[in-house]
Structures are given as C-alpha cells and as structure tokens.
Design a protein around this ligand. Structure first.
Ligand code: NAP
Length: 289
C-alpha cells in the first residue's frame, strides 16, 4: 500500500478561496475591515519570520493585520495595559499574542487578560474552558488546521479510534477535546506513555505532535490508517522534517499528511478564519466567543 498524500498546499488553496469570499462579503455586511493585531515582546528572529508570513496571508485574504512589537523589558503592568488597549480597540477583532514570552512575564497574565471574543488563537483561560464544555470558542490554530485537513480529505472521525501523541496545552490537549467532540474515541499519549506502539497500532487516525524526528515508524501504524504529522524539526543540514518516518509509514498508512507540505500550510489560514469569525461574533453581539 502507498498512502494517499493529504496535500496541505492544495487544501490551503481551497481554504484561501473560501476565506477571501467570506472576508469580502462580511466587509460589505459590516462596513468595517477585519482587524488582527499580531503582538510580540522583543525582537525574536523566528517570530519575525512568522509575523511576515502572517501579514502576507492576511493581505491575500483581505484582513487588516498590524504587527505590534513591545519592548523586551516591558513589565507585567505594561503588557496588561497593551492587551487591554487592544481589547478596547473597535478596529481590532482578533489578537494573536506570540509565545513564548520572555521569562519575566507570565503567560497566565495573557491568558487571563486577552478578551476571549478576540482570542483568535485560543490561548485564554475562557477559551480553554469553553472548549472543555463544548461551548462556541476559538481554538489554537494548529488544532483547527488538523481538523480542516481531516474534514477536507473526508476522513471520518465519529466512532473512530484516534491516538494523539503529545499532550501540550497548545496542541495535544485541545486537539483531543476537538476530536472527542467529533465523536472519536480518543487516546492521548505523552512522554510517560508505556508501549506507545501498542496504542498507535490500534488507531484509525494517528496525530503526532511531539517534536522528535522519527518518533512514529511503520511498525507503529495499522495498515490503512490515517497519519497526521504535526511535528516540526530542523535537521543539521537545515531542512524541515516532522515526527513521522514518512518513507516507511507511507508504505503502511492509507493517508499521510506530511511535513513539510501538510498542517503548516493551514495554520495561518485557520488563525485568519477565526479572525473573520471573531468579527462576525462581535457584530452579532454574542456575549462570548
Ligand atoms: P511541547 O510543548 O514540547 O509538547 C510536546 C509533547 O510531546 C508533550 O506533551 C510531551 O509529553 C510529548 N512527548 C515528548 N516526547 C515524547 C515521546 N518520546 N513520546 C510521546 N510523547 C512525547 O511541543 P508543542 O508546542 O506541543 O509542539 C509539538 C510539535 O509540533 C513541535 O515539533 C512543534 O514545532 C510542532 N508545531 C507545529 C505547528 C504547525 O503549524 N505544524 C505549530 C505548532 C507546533 P509530556 O507532556 O509528558 O512532557
């Protein structure tokens, strides 16, 4: 068997077309452009690269995005004031706080200060609670990207056994709840999981989000299963690889979302989709995201 490749680039093109249309029709409905604030503290080069990519994607869709760089010696009251100003700014519908923060600033402060109606990357405590309770909410954009790939590739989830490898607050945990809410039977694995292969071999869908080259090998995958690689690892020669041993797994799996060319293609678009949804919800007068 050779796995069908779930082509992130192709899916991204279809999503981009949909979002452009959604942005244009909502611009007319609301008479205000969708606004996204991309906030970071200090001049981290990899955050800068990410910001530039997001600004380009925003422009293609028709979202007005602005990067706001706060000084790296800003204190917690300054950071809180910066977020509160964006919460109150009617031209801003989505706020992305780039993480991690410098060590002297607490992520909790951001999670508790950002307005959940504008929390388009799903990092606030309210967003996490809403997700847990299956209330309307925003979710981390990478998790939304995984679901978008599965849905657009028509991979069924209801009643299926899904194993998520990785249990972080931004990936494994929120993804597990999203999959549970799609009626999958979900197992979450992490560094203390004993006999990982035994778990993954039982799965109809395996999502790997760890950051370890070659973690998922062919012998850990059931024939015909769907494998979604979320990991991003930079090799010594500077190339990007995922967590999945793709050449081996391709021979066993039914479908594979690879790295590069998979989930990453969708992450920014999902953030922008949630920004468009935030504008809809703010204009719709919903009390919460
Ligand atoms: P993280 O915070 O470091 O979390 C990694 C998770 O993997 C933890 O839950 C950890 O378990 C678990 N883990 C570590 N070693 C393991 C092992 N040998 N077996 C099973 N589980 C293991 O990382 P993250 O932020 O979630 O990111 C995960 C990967 O996704 C990274 O490669 C990152 O670069 C990538 N990523 C991709 C995108 C995208 O757009 N494609 C976006 C964000 C991140 P414990 O909880 O027990 O420590």
């Amino acid at each position: 068997m050779t796995a069908r490749i779930l082509d992130g680039k192709q899916i991204a093109q279809a999503v981009l077309d949909d979002l452009r249309a959604m942005a244009a029709s909502d611009d007319q409905r609301f008479g205000v452009a969708a606004g996204l604030a991309i906030v970071r503290v200090g001049q981290d080069p990899s955050s800068e690269i990410y910001t530039r990519a997001l600004l380009r994607a925003s422009e293609r869709i028709g979202v007005h995005a602005n990067a706001l760089v706060l000084p790296d010696d800003i204190d917690e009251s300054g950071l809180r004031a910066g977020i509160e100003a964006l919460n109150a700014d009617a031209s801003i519908h989505g706020i992305l706080m780039q993480l991690p923060l410098p060590a002297h600033l607490s992520q909790r402060l951001v999670a508790e200060t950002i307005d959940p109606r504008k929390d388009v990357d799903g990092i606030s405590t309210r967003s996490a609670g809403n997700l847990f309770l299956r209330l309307p909410t925003f979710v981390p954009s990478t998790c939304a990207a995984v679901l978008e790939i599965l849905d657009r590739s028509e991979i069924p989830l209801d009643g299926r056994r899904v194993v998520v490898v990785g249990a972080s607050n931004v990936l494994g945990k929120p993804l597990a709840f999203l999959l549970l809410h799609r009626d999958a039977t979900v197992t979450v694995c992490h560094i203390y999981t004993r006999n990982l292969a035994e778990k993954t071999r039982e799965a109809d869908v395996v999502v790997v989000a760890v950051g370890k080259v070659g973690l998922l090998t062919a012998d850990m995958v059931r024939a015909g299963a769907t494998v979604i690689d979320v990991g991003i690892n930079v090799t010594v020669d500077g190339s990007i690889v995922g967590d999945v041993d793709a050449p081996g797994v391709r021979r066993v799996a039914g479908a594979l979302s690879p790295v590069p060319g998979g989930v990453c293609q969708l992450t920014n678009l999902m953030l922008l989709k949630q920004t468009l949804l935030a504008r809809q919800r703010l204009f719709g007068g919903e009390p919460d995201a």
